[in-house]
Design a protein around this ligand. Structure first.
Ligand code: C2E
Ligand code: CA
Ligand code: CA
Ligand code: CA
Length: 273
């Protein structure tokens, strides 16, 4: 099935509603989120710009608040990182992604966000390897999205975990490129499969300076032999610009919103863009 031409210009994501939670009540919510089944995973398609072919999906965590509405990840993830809850929540997301791939026989790559706190936790690499093996899945079908915003290179334990998983065959992607301090260093240190340029670098309208900036970033990544993904594509104009700049992969509301696994099964192997 195809969903060609379903272009959306809206920025507002109706799936996400802000709930008023203090950090304290959020921490309580996070502590029991798994047993109370308040967390879930949604998947957003990633497509080849040239062919529209689906390369895979980014797995994104969703948390239901006590009022039944979703809490923004930008609100609860930082709290979970601070109090360490992200270690268990993140593992739950990876486990769920494995279960979904196995159950629905998904063939696309699934990219899972991993925070620096998880990477530094003892046994992280072993835990990921164990989940893949238990579900009988090829490591190559999974990617870890490491955000350069976090302190991913701060401790040798984190770099070691990355190397271990990389040698197992798991893909390593760099997320939010351009927004942090670690980006250039990461490019040198890790053999990255894909680099995701943060959506803040994707101009809403064609502004010569912004376009040149984006072009420069793409050229840098290209010259280093990296595959370039631009996220946050919302309009046909942006897509046309990225075609001009010869970007490999795109992701954004224009192509598809994050959705439950049941909804992405239908778009497996179809052309989207
Ligand atoms: P991110 O990794 O940069 O993920 C992309 C975010 O952009 C997602 O927001 C996604 O819904 C949103 N997005 C996708 N396409 C568009 C678009 O065209 N326009 C706009 N305006 N937004 C778009 P979300 O799901 O709210 O997640 C926010 C952040 O929370 C993520 O940013 C990531 O840093 C973090 N996060 C989400 N799930 C997880 C997780 O399982 N583990 C960890 N550690 N972090 C997560
Ligand atoms: Ca991400
Ligand atoms: Ca990102
Ligand atoms: Ca981002």
């Amino acid at each position: 099935s195809k969903f060609t031409g379903r272009s959306r210009v809206t920025v507002y994501d109706p799936q996400i509603v802000d709930a008023d939670h203090s950090n304290e009540s959020l921490a309580g919510l996070l502590a029991h989120a798994i047993e109370r089944q308040c967390i879930s995973v949604v998947y957003q398609p990633i497509v080849q710009l040239g062919t529209g072919e689906v390369l895979g999906y980014e797995a994104l965590m969703r948390l239901k608040g006590s009022n039944g509405r979703l809490v923004k990840p930008d609100v609860f993830i930082p709290v979970a990182e601070q109090n360490g809850a992200i270690v268990e929540l993140g593992a739950w997301v990876f486990e769920q992604a494995c279960a979904d791939v196995a159950r629905y026989k998904l063939t696309g790559i699934v990219a899972v966000n991993i925070s620096a706190v998880q990477l530094k936790a003892p046994g992280f690499a072993l835990r990921v390897a164990e989940m893949l093996a238990r579900h009988g899945l090829a490591p190559r079908q999974f990617a870890l999205e490491l955000s350069e915003r976090g302190d991913i290179l701060g401790q040798s334990q984190a770099a070691q975990a990355v190397e271990q998983l990389r040698s197992l065959g798991v893909q390593i992607w760099l997320d939010d490129f351009g927004t942090g301090y670690a980006g250039i260093d990461c490019l040198r240190r890790f053999d990255l499969d894909i680099v995701k340029i943060d959506r803040s670098f994707l101009p809403e309208r064609q502004c010569a300076q912004d376009v040149r900036m984006l072009e420069g970033m793409i050229q840098l990544l290209r010259s280093l032999g990296r595959t370039v993904l631009v996220e946050g594509v919302e309009t046909e104009e942006q897509k046309a610009l990225l075609e001009e700049l010869d970007v490999d992969l795109i992701q954004g509301f224009l192509i598809g919103r994050p959705q439950p696994v049941g909804e992405i099964v239908g778009i497996e192997n179809s052309e989207v863009a």
